[in-house]
Design a protein around this ligand. Structure first.
Ligand SMILES: Cc1cc2nc3c(=O)[nH]c(=O)nc-3n(C[C@H](O)[C@H](O)[C@H](O)COP(=O)(O)OP(=O)(O)OC[C@H]3O[C@@H](n4cnc5c(N)ncnc54)[C@H](O)[C@@H]3O)c2cc1C
Length: 383
């Protein structure tokens, strides 16, 4: 495995760095790549930045050129994410559409559905992912939201929860049970839903951080044309797994890039507040080692993906280790601040609270440990 950029990758990295230095807005801190996306007082500047990223070819880096992407290998996406995090550049507002939903539409979509792709790229359509329900989270096969065929429409009834960005989204990729009486993975269908349709009710949920970025979404007799089914009727489970596979492919690079940026700030804090306690410095040193190990694991993951493997256990290991490292680091920063923590910048408090969700979103740590136990260690199934 070669850890250095190829000459082409190095020149792409220099191009990205130069472009971000010239164009990065300084007033879009709600979209910082180091923190998660926050409440936006006004989405207009965020949409403008998303459109600018698309125009410069930095949205959909791995998407095929025929769908408006750059058609570049995953390593280019990784380079962009690393550089953006290093400069704390704002992210594209439509990350869920770009990284998860767009690639799924490319794989399963009809020509009519593929018309959405250009809008996902430039941010003119924000999408959300409607998978989780009150009784279906880790166990996604428990989905109960129903879709009943009525002529050339499906009528949708049910409730989703934790739908990130639904309150600012126009569209949702929704997993529904289309076959009455079916169980588990069978009888599920993926459908694209316009959130402006009558019967859709979106209720933001306020988080520990004080922000309200995810939502409960209620579907009451929502009539969606049959032509909006993504993939085959009844094949929703496979479509959902494709989406989650895309999430895992590049998630590690944005996570570890932002962790490294946070680590750099923590190291700067040592001099700023004069940390001399050897136990605190020892904890900080351990995080430096952890970040290096995660970066190397990311490289190994990338090498296996470029060899054609499907995203596997490395993705789970990176997400698990990153979530714990981010929680430790945000706590360590408060310990280093000591009494000054009372007057800590709002951003530090936000990061610390937000890090609690890291061990739940995109697969809980218990579930990820289960995956590693079964698929890496070969232990018997736990259930
Ligand atoms: C910030 C954030 C954003 C999110 N955004 C979205 C989104 O946009 N769209 C969406 O659809 N969902 C989203 N989610 C939901 C997320 O996918 C679920 O919260 C997650 O899958 C866990 O499901 P759950 O909350 O129902 O918990 P449960 O699955 O009910 O889990 C409860 C507890 O039981 C444990 N547990 C469950 N199963 C097992 C097992 N087999 N072995 C061991 N322990 C187990 C879990 O680890 C957890 O501790 C988001 C969540 C967060 C926190």
């Amino acid at each position: 495995m070669d850890l250095d950029d190829t000459p082409d990758e190095a020149s792409f990295r220099a191009e990205v760095r130069g472009w971000l230095a010239a164009h990065k807005p300084h007033d879009l801190t709600e979209l910082s790549s180091v923190a998660a996306i926050r409440d936006l007082p006004d989405v207009a500047p965020a949409l403008e930045w998303s459109a600018k990223l698309a125009e410069a070819g930095y949205a959909g880096i791995t998407w095929p050129a025929e769908h408006g992407g750059r058609g570049a290998p995953l390593s280019y996406q990784a380079i962009f994410l690393e550089e953006a995090a290093a400069m704390d550049a704002p992210v594209h507002l439509g990350g869920i559409g770009l990284n998860m939903i767009g690639p799924t539409i490319i794989e399963y979509g009809t020509p009519e559905q593929k018309q959405h792709l250009a809008h996902i790229l430039d941010g003119s359509e924000i999408w959300c992912q409607g998978f989780s329900e009150p009784g279906a989270g880790s166990d996604l096969a428990g989905v109960r939201t129903r879709a009943t065929l009525d002529g050339d429409h499906y009528v949708i009834n049910g409730q989703k929860v934790w739908s990130s960005f639904a309150h600012i989204a126009q569209w949702c990729m929704l997993l529904v049970r289309s076959e009455a009486g079916s169980e588990r993975h069978r009888g599920l269908t993926m459908i694209l839903v316009d959130l402006d349709l009558p019967g859709v009710e979106i209720r933001p949920i306020r988080e520990l951080t004080g922000d309200a970025v995810f939502n409960e979404v209620f579907y009451n007799d929502v009539r969606v044309p049959v032509s909006h089914v993504l993939g085959a009727v009844g094949d929703g489970w496979n479509v959902a797994m494709t989406t989650l596979g895309h999430e895992r492919a590049t998630l590690g690079f944005s996570l570890v890039g932002s962790l490294e940026a946070l680590l750099r700030r923590a190291v700067a804090l040592v001099a700023e507040v004069g940390v001399s306690d050897p136990l605190l410095l020892d904890r900080l040193a351990a995080e430096v080692v952890e970040v290096e190990a995660l970066k190397l694991t990311n490289r190994r993951f990338l090498a296996t993906l470029e060899d054609g493997a499907v995203p596997g256990a490395e993705g789970s290991a990176i997400k698990l280790r990153w979530s714990l490292a981010n929680q430790r680091l945000t706590s360590l920063i408060f310990d280093m601040l000591g009494p000054a923590a009372v007057a800590a910048p709002e951003e530090w408090r936000y990061q610390r609270f937000r890090s609690r969700a890291n061990t739940i979103e995109a697969g809980t740590n218990e579930v990820l440990r289960g995956i590693l136990a079964e698929r890496v260690l070969g232990l018997p199934r736990s259930r």
